[in-house]
Design a protein around this ligand. Structure first.
Ligand SMILES: Cc1cc2nc3c(=O)[nH]c(=O)nc-3n(C[C@H](O)[C@H](O)[C@H](O)COP(=O)(O)OP(=O)(O)OC[C@H]3O[C@@H](n4cnc5c(N)ncnc54)[C@H](O)[C@@H]3O)c2cc1C
Length: 455
Protein backbone atom coordinates (compact mmCIF):
# COMPACT_ATOMS: atom_id res chain seq x y z
CA UNK A 1 0.00 0.00 0.00
CA UNK A 2 1.29 3.43 -0.93
CA UNK A 3 2.63 5.56 1.95
CA UNK A 4 0.67 8.54 3.23
CA UNK A 5 3.60 10.88 2.46
CA UNK A 6 3.56 9.71 -1.17
CA UNK A 7 -0.22 10.22 -1.34
CA UNK A 8 0.22 13.82 -0.19
CA UNK A 9 3.06 14.55 -2.59
CA UNK A 10 1.31 12.95 -5.59
CA UNK A 11 -2.06 14.61 -4.97
CA UNK A 12 -0.41 17.99 -4.50
CA UNK A 13 0.95 17.68 -8.03
CA UNK A 14 -2.41 16.64 -9.47
CA UNK A 15 -5.02 18.95 -7.99
CA UNK A 16 -5.41 22.71 -7.74
CA UNK A 17 -7.02 22.63 -4.29
CA UNK A 18 -5.20 22.20 -1.00
CA UNK A 19 -4.07 18.72 0.06
CA UNK A 20 -3.50 17.85 3.73
CA UNK A 21 -2.03 14.79 5.37
CA UNK A 22 -1.50 13.94 9.09
CA UNK A 23 0.89 16.40 10.72
CA UNK A 24 0.00 19.31 8.42
CA UNK A 25 -1.20 22.42 10.15
CA UNK A 26 -4.99 22.50 9.82
CA UNK A 27 -5.20 18.69 9.53
CA UNK A 28 -7.66 18.23 12.40
CA UNK A 29 -9.98 20.98 11.17
CA UNK A 30 -9.86 19.67 7.59
CA UNK A 31 -10.95 16.14 8.55
CA UNK A 32 -13.42 17.24 11.24
CA UNK A 33 -17.08 16.70 10.27
CA UNK A 34 -20.16 18.66 11.40
CA UNK A 35 -20.90 15.86 13.87
CA UNK A 36 -18.06 16.29 16.37
CA UNK A 37 -18.73 12.84 17.86
CA UNK A 38 -17.26 11.16 14.81
CA UNK A 39 -13.48 10.81 14.48
CA UNK A 40 -12.55 10.46 10.82
CA UNK A 41 -9.24 8.62 10.36
CA UNK A 42 -8.39 9.20 6.71
CA UNK A 43 -5.18 9.05 4.65
CA UNK A 44 -5.47 12.55 3.19
CA UNK A 45 -7.91 15.42 2.75
CA UNK A 46 -8.36 17.18 -0.60
CA UNK A 47 -10.12 20.55 -0.54
CA UNK A 48 -11.45 20.38 -4.11
CA UNK A 49 -11.39 23.63 -6.02
CA UNK A 50 -13.34 22.37 -9.07
CA UNK A 51 -14.79 19.28 -10.74
CA UNK A 52 -11.41 18.52 -12.33
CA UNK A 53 -9.95 18.10 -8.82
CA UNK A 54 -12.71 15.61 -8.02
CA UNK A 55 -11.92 13.56 -11.14
CA UNK A 56 -8.15 13.70 -10.55
CA UNK A 57 -8.57 12.51 -6.95
CA UNK A 58 -10.76 9.58 -8.02
CA UNK A 59 -8.34 8.53 -10.79
CA UNK A 60 -5.47 8.65 -8.32
CA UNK A 61 -7.37 6.62 -5.70
CA UNK A 62 -8.38 4.02 -8.30
CA UNK A 63 -4.77 3.55 -9.44
CA UNK A 64 -3.48 3.18 -5.87
CA UNK A 65 -6.08 0.94 -4.22
CA UNK A 66 -7.60 3.77 -2.17
CA UNK A 67 -11.17 5.04 -1.79
CA UNK A 68 -12.61 8.53 -2.03
CA UNK A 69 -15.33 9.82 0.33
CA UNK A 70 -17.08 13.02 -0.72
CA UNK A 71 -18.00 15.16 2.24
CA UNK A 72 -19.21 18.71 1.76
CA UNK A 73 -20.28 19.30 5.38
CA UNK A 74 -20.09 16.11 7.43
CA UNK A 75 -23.69 15.84 8.66
CA UNK A 76 -23.51 12.20 7.64
CA UNK A 77 -20.01 11.66 9.03
CA UNK A 78 -18.71 8.12 9.35
CA UNK A 79 -15.84 6.22 10.91
CA UNK A 80 -15.76 3.72 7.99
CA UNK A 81 -12.95 5.53 6.19
CA UNK A 82 -9.97 3.17 6.20
CA UNK A 83 -7.55 3.88 3.33
CA UNK A 84 -9.73 6.73 2.18
CA UNK A 85 -9.09 10.18 0.80
CA UNK A 86 -11.62 12.63 2.22
CA UNK A 87 -12.77 14.92 -0.56
CA UNK A 88 -14.14 18.18 0.85
CA UNK A 89 -16.39 19.67 -1.82
CA UNK A 90 -17.75 22.51 0.31
CA UNK A 91 -16.05 25.21 -1.80
CA UNK A 92 -17.98 24.23 -4.97
CA UNK A 93 -21.03 26.37 -4.21
CA UNK A 94 -22.37 27.52 -7.60
CA UNK A 95 -26.18 27.59 -7.68
CA UNK A 96 -28.13 28.77 -10.75
CA UNK A 97 -31.88 29.12 -11.03
CA UNK A 98 -33.85 28.99 -14.28
CA UNK A 99 -37.22 30.49 -13.31
CA UNK A 100 -38.77 29.75 -16.71
CA UNK A 101 -37.84 26.07 -16.84
CA UNK A 102 -38.36 25.96 -13.01
CA UNK A 103 -35.07 24.22 -12.41
CA UNK A 104 -31.96 24.72 -10.33
CA UNK A 105 -28.45 23.59 -11.12
CA UNK A 106 -26.07 23.33 -8.15
CA UNK A 107 -22.45 22.32 -7.63
CA UNK A 108 -21.35 19.61 -5.19
CA UNK A 109 -20.93 21.86 -2.16
CA UNK A 110 -23.94 24.18 -2.51
CA UNK A 111 -26.27 24.29 0.48
CA UNK A 112 -30.00 24.93 0.51
CA UNK A 113 -29.24 28.49 1.61
CA UNK A 114 -27.61 29.01 -1.81
CA UNK A 115 -30.82 27.94 -3.58
CA UNK A 116 -33.82 29.02 -1.53
CA UNK A 117 -33.42 32.81 -1.60
CA UNK A 118 -32.95 32.82 -5.37
CA UNK A 119 -35.82 30.41 -5.99
CA UNK A 120 -38.11 32.27 -3.57
CA UNK A 121 -37.58 35.52 -5.50
CA UNK A 122 -39.46 33.83 -8.38
CA UNK A 123 -42.23 32.33 -6.21
CA UNK A 124 -40.51 28.94 -6.33
CA UNK A 125 -38.95 26.57 -3.83
CA UNK A 126 -36.65 23.57 -3.82
CA UNK A 127 -37.51 20.49 -1.77
CA UNK A 128 -35.38 21.50 1.22
CA UNK A 129 -35.54 19.88 4.65
CA UNK A 130 -35.50 21.29 8.16
CA UNK A 131 -32.05 22.85 7.97
CA UNK A 132 -30.26 24.88 5.34
CA UNK A 133 -26.99 23.33 6.59
CA UNK A 134 -26.88 20.02 4.67
CA UNK A 135 -25.50 20.14 1.13
CA UNK A 136 -28.16 19.87 -1.56
CA UNK A 137 -26.26 16.96 -3.12
CA UNK A 138 -25.75 14.90 0.09
CA UNK A 139 -29.38 15.49 1.16
CA UNK A 140 -30.78 14.65 -2.28
CA UNK A 141 -28.70 11.52 -2.98
CA UNK A 142 -30.00 10.13 0.32
CA UNK A 143 -33.61 10.71 -0.73
CA UNK A 144 -34.21 14.12 0.85
CA UNK A 145 -37.22 14.35 3.16
CA UNK A 146 -38.45 17.89 2.61
CA UNK A 147 -40.90 20.22 4.30
CA UNK A 148 -42.82 19.96 1.02
CA UNK A 149 -42.53 16.20 0.54
CA UNK A 150 -46.20 15.56 1.31
CA UNK A 151 -47.12 17.75 -1.65
CA UNK A 152 -44.25 17.20 -4.10
CA UNK A 153 -42.50 13.97 -3.01
CA UNK A 154 -38.84 13.27 -2.27
CA UNK A 155 -36.06 15.63 -3.33
CA UNK A 156 -34.33 12.69 -5.05
CA UNK A 157 -37.24 12.31 -7.44
CA UNK A 158 -37.02 15.98 -8.45
CA UNK A 159 -33.59 15.38 -10.01
CA UNK A 160 -33.44 15.83 -13.79
CA UNK A 161 -29.77 15.13 -14.44
CA UNK A 162 -26.41 14.80 -12.73
CA UNK A 163 -22.86 15.56 -13.73
CA UNK A 164 -20.82 12.66 -12.33
CA UNK A 165 -17.30 11.36 -11.91
CA UNK A 166 -17.48 7.57 -12.02
CA UNK A 167 -15.26 5.11 -10.16
CA UNK A 168 -12.64 5.27 -12.93
CA UNK A 169 -12.48 9.07 -12.83
CA UNK A 170 -14.46 9.61 -16.06
CA UNK A 171 -16.69 12.70 -16.12
CA UNK A 172 -20.08 12.77 -17.86
CA UNK A 173 -23.69 13.89 -17.50
CA UNK A 174 -26.40 11.33 -16.88
CA UNK A 175 -30.18 11.43 -16.89
CA UNK A 176 -33.06 8.96 -17.01
CA UNK A 177 -32.50 8.22 -20.69
CA UNK A 178 -28.70 8.05 -20.87
CA UNK A 179 -28.02 5.79 -17.87
CA UNK A 180 -31.25 4.61 -16.21
CA UNK A 181 -29.58 2.27 -13.68
CA UNK A 182 -27.08 4.78 -12.29
CA UNK A 183 -29.73 7.52 -12.40
CA UNK A 184 -32.07 5.30 -10.37
CA UNK A 185 -29.37 4.42 -7.79
CA UNK A 186 -28.29 8.03 -7.27
CA UNK A 187 -31.84 9.08 -6.45
CA UNK A 188 -32.03 7.75 -2.90
CA UNK A 189 -29.26 5.14 -2.72
CA UNK A 190 -26.75 7.63 -1.28
CA UNK A 191 -23.28 8.55 -2.47
CA UNK A 192 -21.96 5.05 -3.16
CA UNK A 193 -22.20 4.94 -6.94
CA UNK A 194 -20.40 7.98 -8.35
CA UNK A 195 -19.22 11.38 -7.22
CA UNK A 196 -21.68 14.05 -8.23
CA UNK A 197 -20.19 17.38 -9.24
CA UNK A 198 -23.45 19.01 -10.32
CA UNK A 199 -27.17 18.30 -9.89
CA UNK A 200 -30.04 19.70 -11.92
CA UNK A 201 -33.48 19.43 -10.31
CA UNK A 202 -37.02 20.75 -10.45
CA UNK A 203 -38.29 23.69 -8.45
CA UNK A 204 -41.93 23.94 -7.37
CA UNK A 205 -44.45 26.74 -6.95
CA UNK A 206 -44.51 28.44 -3.55
CA UNK A 207 -46.03 31.87 -4.24
CA UNK A 208 -47.56 31.86 -0.76
CA UNK A 209 -45.88 30.29 2.21
CA UNK A 210 -47.00 30.30 5.84
CA UNK A 211 -45.39 28.69 8.83
CA UNK A 212 -43.27 28.94 11.92
CA UNK A 213 -42.93 27.54 15.42
CA UNK A 214 -45.29 27.30 18.38
CA UNK A 215 -43.52 26.63 21.66
CA UNK A 216 -44.92 25.69 25.08
CA UNK A 217 -43.41 24.51 28.39
CA UNK A 218 -42.94 20.73 28.33
CA UNK A 219 -45.75 20.34 30.89
CA UNK A 220 -48.14 20.92 27.95
CA UNK A 221 -46.62 18.03 25.98
CA UNK A 222 -49.67 15.71 26.22
CA UNK A 223 -52.20 18.45 25.37
CA UNK A 224 -50.09 19.61 22.43
CA UNK A 225 -49.66 16.05 21.18
CA UNK A 226 -53.43 15.56 21.22
CA UNK A 227 -53.97 18.79 19.25
CA UNK A 228 -51.16 17.77 16.89
CA UNK A 229 -52.81 14.42 16.17
CA UNK A 230 -56.14 16.16 15.56
CA UNK A 231 -54.49 18.65 13.17
CA UNK A 232 -52.51 16.11 11.13
CA UNK A 233 -55.61 13.94 10.77
CA UNK A 234 -57.22 16.76 8.74
CA UNK A 235 -54.09 18.19 7.11
CA UNK A 236 -54.04 18.75 3.35
CA UNK A 237 -50.86 17.76 1.50
CA UNK A 238 -49.77 21.42 1.45
CA UNK A 239 -49.39 21.36 5.27
CA UNK A 240 -46.49 19.68 7.08
CA UNK A 241 -46.39 19.50 10.85
CA UNK A 242 -43.61 18.35 13.13
CA UNK A 243 -44.00 17.79 16.89
CA UNK A 244 -40.79 18.11 18.92
CA UNK A 245 -39.90 17.58 22.57
CA UNK A 246 -36.90 19.80 23.21
CA UNK A 247 -34.38 20.11 26.01
CA UNK A 248 -32.30 23.19 25.42
CA UNK A 249 -28.77 23.05 26.77
CA UNK A 250 -27.78 25.71 29.31
CA UNK A 251 -25.41 27.50 26.93
CA UNK A 252 -24.94 31.26 26.61
CA UNK A 253 -25.58 31.15 22.81
CA UNK A 254 -29.32 30.60 23.51
CA UNK A 255 -31.81 33.29 24.62
CA UNK A 256 -32.26 33.23 28.39
CA UNK A 257 -35.87 32.01 28.29
CA UNK A 258 -34.75 28.81 26.53
CA UNK A 259 -31.51 28.08 28.39
CA UNK A 260 -31.58 24.76 30.23
CA UNK A 261 -35.38 24.40 29.83
CA UNK A 262 -37.55 21.59 28.47
CA UNK A 263 -40.25 22.55 25.99
CA UNK A 264 -42.58 21.19 23.38
CA UNK A 265 -42.78 22.68 19.89
CA UNK A 266 -44.88 22.29 16.80
CA UNK A 267 -43.24 23.48 13.60
CA UNK A 268 -45.37 24.03 10.53
CA UNK A 269 -45.08 24.98 6.89
CA UNK A 270 -48.07 25.46 4.64
CA UNK A 271 -48.00 26.12 0.90
CA UNK A 272 -50.83 28.63 1.15
CA UNK A 273 -51.94 31.90 2.73
CA UNK A 274 -52.25 33.19 6.26
CA UNK A 275 -56.03 32.94 6.65
CA UNK A 276 -56.38 29.31 5.58
CA UNK A 277 -53.12 28.49 7.40
CA UNK A 278 -54.45 29.75 10.73
CA UNK A 279 -57.71 27.84 10.20
CA UNK A 280 -55.80 24.62 9.60
CA UNK A 281 -53.76 25.10 12.77
CA UNK A 282 -56.82 25.96 14.89
CA UNK A 283 -56.61 22.97 17.31
CA UNK A 284 -52.97 23.86 18.08
CA UNK A 285 -53.58 27.58 18.37
CA UNK A 286 -56.21 26.83 21.03
CA UNK A 287 -53.64 25.22 23.37
CA UNK A 288 -52.89 27.97 25.92
CA UNK A 289 -49.56 29.00 27.41
CA UNK A 290 -47.39 29.49 24.31
CA UNK A 291 -43.95 30.90 25.12
CA UNK A 292 -43.26 31.67 21.46
CA UNK A 293 -45.41 31.94 18.34
CA UNK A 294 -43.52 32.73 15.14
CA UNK A 295 -46.26 31.39 12.86
CA UNK A 296 -47.06 33.79 10.04
CA UNK A 297 -46.27 34.57 6.43
CA UNK A 298 -42.91 33.01 5.63
CA UNK A 299 -40.30 33.69 2.97
CA UNK A 300 -38.85 30.65 1.17
CA UNK A 301 -35.38 32.01 2.06
CA UNK A 302 -36.28 31.77 5.76
CA UNK A 303 -37.33 28.10 5.77
CA UNK A 304 -34.31 27.14 7.89
CA UNK A 305 -35.50 29.48 10.68
CA UNK A 306 -38.67 27.42 11.35
CA UNK A 307 -36.96 24.58 13.20
CA UNK A 308 -33.82 26.68 13.86
CA UNK A 309 -31.47 23.71 13.93
CA UNK A 310 -27.78 24.26 14.72
CA UNK A 311 -25.61 25.13 11.72
CA UNK A 312 -22.28 25.07 13.58
CA UNK A 313 -20.63 21.71 14.34
CA UNK A 314 -22.00 19.89 17.41
CA UNK A 315 -21.60 16.40 18.89
CA UNK A 316 -24.69 14.40 17.92
CA UNK A 317 -26.00 10.88 18.63
CA UNK A 318 -29.02 9.73 16.66
CA UNK A 319 -31.85 7.25 16.90
CA UNK A 320 -34.46 7.17 14.15
CA UNK A 321 -37.49 5.06 13.32
CA UNK A 322 -40.55 5.05 11.08
CA UNK A 323 -43.97 4.56 12.66
CA UNK A 324 -46.82 3.17 10.53
CA UNK A 325 -49.33 5.02 12.75
CA UNK A 326 -49.28 7.17 15.85
CA UNK A 327 -51.63 5.11 18.01
CA UNK A 328 -52.73 6.13 21.54
CA UNK A 329 -50.29 3.59 22.90
CA UNK A 330 -47.40 4.90 20.76
CA UNK A 331 -48.18 8.49 21.81
CA UNK A 332 -48.20 7.51 25.52
CA UNK A 333 -44.96 5.57 25.10
CA UNK A 334 -43.31 8.57 23.47
CA UNK A 335 -44.41 10.92 26.25
CA UNK A 336 -43.18 8.42 28.84
CA UNK A 337 -39.77 8.35 27.15
CA UNK A 338 -39.29 12.05 26.43
CA UNK A 339 -42.14 13.96 28.08
CA UNK A 340 -42.22 16.08 31.26
CA UNK A 341 -41.32 13.45 33.87
CA UNK A 342 -39.15 11.19 31.73
CA UNK A 343 -35.71 12.44 32.80
CA UNK A 344 -34.73 12.15 29.15
CA UNK A 345 -31.20 13.35 28.34
CA UNK A 346 -32.14 13.88 24.66
CA UNK A 347 -32.00 17.34 23.11
CA UNK A 348 -34.69 16.75 20.54
CA UNK A 349 -37.29 14.05 19.95
CA UNK A 350 -39.19 14.85 16.80
CA UNK A 351 -42.18 13.35 15.04
CA UNK A 352 -42.64 14.29 11.39
CA UNK A 353 -45.95 13.73 9.70
CA UNK A 354 -45.44 11.89 6.38
CA UNK A 355 -48.06 10.64 3.90
CA UNK A 356 -49.31 12.40 0.77
CA UNK A 357 -46.90 12.18 -2.17
CA UNK A 358 -44.29 10.49 0.07
CA UNK A 359 -46.60 7.48 0.35
CA UNK A 360 -47.40 7.15 -3.37
CA UNK A 361 -45.28 4.85 -5.54
CA UNK A 362 -44.07 6.61 -8.67
CA UNK A 363 -43.32 4.63 -11.80
CA UNK A 364 -40.32 6.77 -12.66
CA UNK A 365 -38.81 7.45 -9.24
CA UNK A 366 -35.40 6.46 -7.90
CA UNK A 367 -34.17 4.05 -5.22
CA UNK A 368 -35.81 6.22 -2.54
CA UNK A 369 -39.13 4.50 -3.32
CA UNK A 370 -42.05 5.55 -1.17
CA UNK A 371 -42.85 5.45 2.57
CA UNK A 372 -46.03 3.78 3.75
CA UNK A 373 -45.35 4.82 7.33
CA UNK A 374 -47.30 7.88 8.50
CA UNK A 375 -44.66 9.28 10.88
CA UNK A 376 -40.92 9.52 11.16
CA UNK A 377 -39.22 9.78 14.54
CA UNK A 378 -35.81 11.30 15.21
CA UNK A 379 -34.26 11.39 18.66
CA UNK A 380 -31.05 13.37 18.93
CA UNK A 381 -28.76 13.61 21.93
CA UNK A 382 -25.88 16.07 22.19
CA UNK A 383 -23.31 14.86 24.72
CA UNK A 384 -21.83 18.11 26.01
CA UNK A 385 -20.70 16.99 29.45
CA UNK A 386 -19.06 14.04 31.23
CA UNK A 387 -21.14 10.85 31.28
CA UNK A 388 -23.75 12.22 28.89
CA UNK A 389 -22.84 9.99 25.97
CA UNK A 390 -23.50 6.91 28.11
CA UNK A 391 -26.83 8.32 29.33
CA UNK A 392 -27.90 9.10 25.77
CA UNK A 393 -26.89 5.66 24.54
CA UNK A 394 -28.89 4.02 27.34
CA UNK A 395 -31.91 6.19 26.61
CA UNK A 396 -31.73 5.44 22.87
CA UNK A 397 -31.69 1.74 23.78
CA UNK A 398 -34.79 2.14 26.00
CA UNK A 399 -36.50 4.05 23.22
CA UNK A 400 -35.73 1.40 20.61
CA UNK A 401 -37.09 -1.30 22.91
CA UNK A 402 -40.26 0.55 23.93
CA UNK A 403 -41.08 1.74 20.42
CA UNK A 404 -40.31 -1.57 18.67
CA UNK A 405 -43.99 -2.66 18.65
CA UNK A 406 -44.94 0.67 17.02
CA UNK A 407 -42.10 0.95 14.46
CA UNK A 408 -41.84 -0.64 11.03
CA UNK A 409 -38.16 -1.52 11.48
CA UNK A 410 -37.15 0.68 8.57
CA UNK A 411 -35.07 3.88 8.88
CA UNK A 412 -35.07 6.62 6.27
CA UNK A 413 -31.61 6.72 4.59
CA UNK A 414 -30.64 10.29 5.53
CA UNK A 415 -31.57 9.55 9.15
CA UNK A 416 -29.28 6.52 9.53
CA UNK A 417 -26.85 6.96 12.43
CA UNK A 418 -23.14 7.24 11.75
CA UNK A 419 -22.48 3.52 12.23
CA UNK A 420 -25.77 2.20 10.84
CA UNK A 421 -25.99 -0.05 7.81
CA UNK A 422 -28.23 0.83 4.87
CA UNK A 423 -29.83 -2.60 5.24
CA UNK A 424 -32.29 -0.83 7.56
CA UNK A 425 -33.13 1.77 4.91
CA UNK A 426 -34.27 -0.31 1.94
CA UNK A 427 -36.67 -3.13 1.13
CA UNK A 428 -34.68 -6.29 0.17
CA UNK A 429 -35.31 -5.97 -3.61
CA UNK A 430 -34.13 -2.35 -3.65
CA UNK A 431 -31.00 -3.21 -1.66
CA UNK A 432 -30.22 -6.14 -3.98
CA UNK A 433 -30.52 -3.87 -7.05
CA UNK A 434 -28.32 -1.22 -5.44
CA UNK A 435 -25.70 -3.84 -4.56
CA UNK A 436 -25.67 -5.20 -8.10
CA UNK A 437 -25.16 -1.69 -9.50
CA UNK A 438 -22.35 -1.03 -7.03
CA UNK A 439 -20.62 -4.30 -7.94
CA UNK A 440 -20.88 -3.57 -11.63
CA UNK A 441 -19.92 0.13 -11.55
CA UNK A 442 -17.37 0.15 -8.75
CA UNK A 443 -16.06 -3.40 -8.17
CA UNK A 444 -12.97 -2.16 -6.27
CA UNK A 445 -14.89 0.19 -3.94
CA UNK A 446 -13.23 3.43 -5.05
CA UNK A 447 -16.29 5.54 -4.21
CA UNK A 448 -17.02 5.37 -0.47
CA UNK A 449 -20.40 6.44 0.83
CA UNK A 450 -21.08 7.07 4.51
CA UNK A 451 -23.44 4.06 4.36
CA UNK A 452 -21.90 1.68 1.80
CA UNK A 453 -24.54 -0.60 0.28
CA UNK A 454 -22.23 -3.63 0.43
CA UNK A 455 -21.71 -3.26 4.20
C1 LIG B 1 -29.40 19.57 11.38
C2 LIG B 1 -29.75 18.52 10.35
C3 LIG B 1 -31.00 18.55 9.75
C4 LIG B 1 -31.34 17.58 8.80
N1 LIG B 1 -32.57 17.62 8.23
C5 LIG B 1 -32.91 16.70 7.30
C6 LIG B 1 -34.18 16.72 6.66
O1 LIG B 1 -35.03 17.57 6.94
N2 LIG B 1 -34.44 15.77 5.72
C7 LIG B 1 -33.51 14.83 5.37
O2 LIG B 1 -33.78 14.01 4.48
N3 LIG B 1 -32.30 14.80 5.95
C8 LIG B 1 -31.99 15.69 6.91
N4 LIG B 1 -30.77 15.63 7.52
C9 LIG B 1 -29.84 14.57 7.15
C10 LIG B 1 -28.97 15.03 5.99
O3 LIG B 1 -29.76 15.22 4.83
C11 LIG B 1 -27.96 13.94 5.69
O4 LIG B 1 -27.11 13.81 6.79
C12 LIG B 1 -27.16 14.25 4.44
O5 LIG B 1 -26.43 13.13 4.06
C13 LIG B 1 -26.26 15.41 4.70
O6 LIG B 1 -25.53 15.71 3.58
P1 LIG B 1 -24.23 16.65 3.74
O7 LIG B 1 -23.65 16.75 2.41
O8 LIG B 1 -24.64 17.88 4.45
O9 LIG B 1 -23.35 15.77 4.71
P2 LIG B 1 -21.98 15.02 4.40
O10 LIG B 1 -21.71 14.20 5.61
O11 LIG B 1 -20.98 16.01 3.99
O12 LIG B 1 -22.32 14.04 3.20
C14 LIG B 1 -23.16 12.94 3.45
C15 LIG B 1 -22.96 11.88 2.38
O13 LIG B 1 -23.51 12.33 1.16
C16 LIG B 1 -22.78 11.77 0.08
N5 LIG B 1 -22.30 12.88 -0.75
C17 LIG B 1 -22.20 14.17 -0.42
N6 LIG B 1 -21.75 14.87 -1.47
C18 LIG B 1 -21.55 14.00 -2.47
C19 LIG B 1 -21.10 14.11 -3.80
N7 LIG B 1 -20.77 15.28 -4.32
N8 LIG B 1 -21.05 12.99 -4.55
C20 LIG B 1 -21.40 11.79 -4.05
N9 LIG B 1 -21.82 11.63 -2.79
C21 LIG B 1 -21.90 12.72 -2.01
C22 LIG B 1 -21.63 11.01 0.66
O14 LIG B 1 -21.95 9.63 0.70
C23 LIG B 1 -21.52 11.57 2.07
O15 LIG B 1 -20.99 10.64 2.99
C24 LIG B 1 -30.42 16.58 8.46
C25 LIG B 1 -29.16 16.55 9.08
C26 LIG B 1 -28.83 17.50 10.03
C27 LIG B 1 -27.50 17.42 10.68
Amino acid sequence: MITTDAVGTDLNRMVRGQVLTPGDSGWDVARRPWNLRVQQEVRAVVLASDAADVAATVRYAARNGLSVAAQPVGHGATTALRDTILLRTGALRTAEIDPVARTARVAAGAGWADVLGRAGAHGLTGLAGSSTGPSVVGFTLGGGLSWFGRKYGFAANAVRSAEVVDATGERYRIDAASDPELFWALRGGGGDFALVTELEFDLYPAPLLYGGRLLWPVERAAEVLEAYRETVAMAPEELSLWYTLLRFPAIPELPEFLRGRAMVAVDATYLGGLISGRELLAPLLKVPGTLLDTVGTLQVADLGSVAAEPLDPVPAMEYAALLPELTDDAADTLLGLAGPHSGSPLTSVQLRHLGGALARPTGTGGAVGHLEERFSLNAIGMPMGPGMAEQIETHHGLMAQALAPHASGRIFFTFLGSEESPVAAFPPDVLARLRAIKQERDPFGVVRSNHPVLS
